[in-house]
Write a protein that binds this ligand. Structure first.
Ligand SMILES: NC(=O)CC[C@H](N)C(=O)O
Length: 359
């Protein structure tokens, strides 16, 4: 028997659908992703911790779930909402259906939702919290927040350092909830990689003798990590650095810039980003709810290198003196286009050049 379920929004509006996966009631920030494909990568991106993902594309699950495309072992999201979930997938790599996958990993899901109407509300009123529940009665009075003692990053970061064999250079990833594709892109370029917990000290990281440091993507408000700004700043003054998404925001904040929350965020695989030097536009993969305020970069030695063509948010920056850069989008792709994969190559080149300069 199919069990009825509801998505209740903080503004009182609710949508009725059918429960799939875990039938546990869940709360989270309701965000939408416009990607047509890449649902497995999206469901396993740790940056979605404490969020309910609404998939805009009406039919999800067509090519099933495979053994290779997960971006992390963790399923940090609070829940997922679909128009239709395909239960007869077809693909040579497919190992299970989307619904079997949601069941296996205890992910609360909801199908048969008018995602178009739902996304219209979020676009108009802005991102808000919501709940996936089995019964609507008496829900409005119950809180939309689950009180947490710790930051979301603490939930998803590695607990101790992990080393991945490879050649040169040696890159340390400071893990705020990193996507596997960031590491594998570095390894594909010949790097050896050490992934360290988000709370690692400057002394610990420098004892690993990195040639470069990469601050990863991750969930939540970057300002929750203000305690770590001095460490991040010191690392960026000592090593070539790249920040991706949350890592980009943290680099900016640690140098004195500010961040603010976007009305409904950028989550999808076709966000146009303009390189301000060349005027070239790249189609990028994105997943962020906060932005670095362009006006605040004057308090730092960073200059904006990329802007989002849709709303002019800062999508990239470079330090004027140090070999340090940040991108708000995802050069590692997965989900989404790999058109900006050269950013990772350029970072490795920067690391190599600076290693030569130092020796
Ligand atoms: N993917 C990310 O790193 C997201 C960064 C941050 N949590 C934001 O929503 O803006």
């Amino acid at each position: 028997m199919k069990e009825k379920g509801y998505l209740l929004l903080e503004n009182g509006v609710f949508f009725e659908g059918v429960r799939v996966g875990s039938t546990q009631d869940m709360t989270g920030e309701v965000v939408f992703n416009t990607s047509m494909t890449g649902y497995q990568e999206i469901l396993t991106d740790p940056s979605y911790a404490d969020q309910i993902i609404v998939f805009c594309y009406p039919l999800i699950g067509n090519y099933g779930i495979n053994d290779v495309d997960g971006e992390s072992e963790i399923h940090a999201l609070s829940g997922a909402v679909f128009g239709e979930a395909c239960d007869i997938p077809s693909h040579y790599e497919s190992q299970s259906s989307l619904v079997d996958y949601l069941n296996k990993y205890n992910i609360s899901g909801l199908v048969n939702i008018d995602t178009r109407a739902l996304v219209k509300i979020i676009r108009k009123e802005g991102t808000m919290r919501g709940k996936i529940v089995s019964s609507i009665h008496e829900q409005v009075a119950k809180p939309f927040f689950t009180h947490k003692q710790h930051t979301l990053v603490e939930e998803v970061s590695v607990k101790s350092s992990v080393y991945f064999e490879g050649g040169s250079p040696h890159i340390v990833i400071v893990d705020y909830g990193y996507k596997k594709s960031i590491r594998t892109s570095l390894q594909a370029e010949g790097c050896r990689v050490t992934v360290v917990p988000y709370s690692s000290s400057y002394e610990w990281i420098s004892s690993l003798n990195p040639d470069g440091v990469l601050f990863s993507n991750g969930p939540g408000n970057p300002e929750e990590l203000s305690y770590y700004y001095p460490t991040i700043k010191k690392l960026s003054e000592s090593y070539p650095c790249l920040g991706i998404c949350l890592g980009h925001q943290l680099l900016a904040l640690s140098h004195g810039a500010s961040t603010t929350k976007l009305h409904y965020g950028h989550r999808g695989g076709n966000h146009p980003v303009k390189n301000l030097k060349t005027n070239k536009v790249y189609i990028t993969s994105q997943n962020h709810g906060y932005e670095v305020m362009e006006s605040s970069l004057v308090h730092t030695s960073f200059t904006a290198t990329h802007l989002n063509v849709n709303d002019r948010t800062v999508e990239g920056m470079v330090h004027t003196r140090l070999p340090v850069l940040g991108v708000q989008f995802h050069p590692e792709a997965h989900a989404g286009p790999s058109d900006t994969s050269f950013i990772l190559k350029e970072f490795i080149q920067l690391v190599k050049e600076n290693a030569h300069a130092a020796s």
